[in-house]
Ligand binder design. Structure first.
Ligand code: ZN
Ligand code: ZN
Length: 164
C-alpha cells in the first residue's frame, strides 16, 4: 500500500504535505524523531515544524503512524504497516539512540492483572533498551575494511544528517 492508498483507506484526505510526511517516514529504516523526519521531508516539500507536528498528530489519530518514546524521552514516529499491526515492540539503542520497530508479535500481551473494576487497558508500549548490532559490532580501532557483509549498511544518513 502506498502513502496515498494508506490515507484513502483511513479516510484522510491525501494532501501533498501528508503524502510527503508518510513518504519521508518510509525512507527511514528506523523510527525517526520529528527533527530527523523534518530534515527528510524538507527535501521534497516546504514544511515548518509546527505543521509537521500537526500533520503527525493527525496521522497518529488516524492510526496510520505510531508515536513512541525512546529511552531518552524523545518521541519517535513509525508507520503502522500491515505487518506491524496491531502491536509491535521497539528496540532502542542507548549508544546511537536509534529506535527500530520489531516485527509484530503474534501474541498481544495479555490483559494486565490487578486492574481495578472499571479500568480498561487500551494499548501497551513495549520497548527494549540495549546496544544495537551496529554499535555492538563497531570496532574501536579501524582496519576492518575487509570485513564481510554480515551487517547490511542500510544507513539513511548517507545524504545529509551528519552524525558524530
Ligand atoms: Zn546503536
Ligand atoms: Zn514502530
Amino acid at each position: 500500500m502506498n502513502a496515498r492508498e494508506q490515507l484513502d483507506a483511513h479516510g484522510v484526505e491525501a494532501t501533498p504535505r501528508r503524502l510527503a510526511v508518510l513518504e519521508g517516514l518510509a525512507a527511514f529504516p528506523h523510527a525517526p524523531t520529528a527533527p530527523e523526519l523534518l530534515e527528510e521531508v524538507r527535501k521534497t516539500v516546504h514544511l515548518d515544524k509546527v505543521t509537521l507536528y500537526r500533520t503527525l498528530d493527525l496521522l497518529v489519530e488516524a492510526g496510520i503512524v505510531g508515536r513512541h518514546p525512546g529511552g531518552d524521552g524523545l518521541l519517535r514516529y513509525c508507520l503502522v504497516h500491515e505487518e506491524t499491526r496491531p502491536f509491535h515492540a521497539h528496540f532502542y539503542c542507548t549508544r546511537c539512540r536509534r529506535m527500530s520497530c520489531l516485527p509484530a508479535t503474534s501474541t498481544i500481551p495479555p490483559r494486565p492483572e490487578g486492574l481495578a473494576e472499571g479500568m480498561t487497558a487500551e494499548r501497551v508500549e513495549v520497548r527494549f533498551d540495549g546496544i544495537c548490532n551496529h554499535c555492538g559490532d563497531a570496532p574501536s580501532s579501524g582496519s576492518d575494511s575487509q570485513s564481510g557483509s554480515t551487517t547490511p549498511a542500510r544507513r539513511p544518513d548517507t545524504h545529509g544528517a551528519p552524525r558524530p
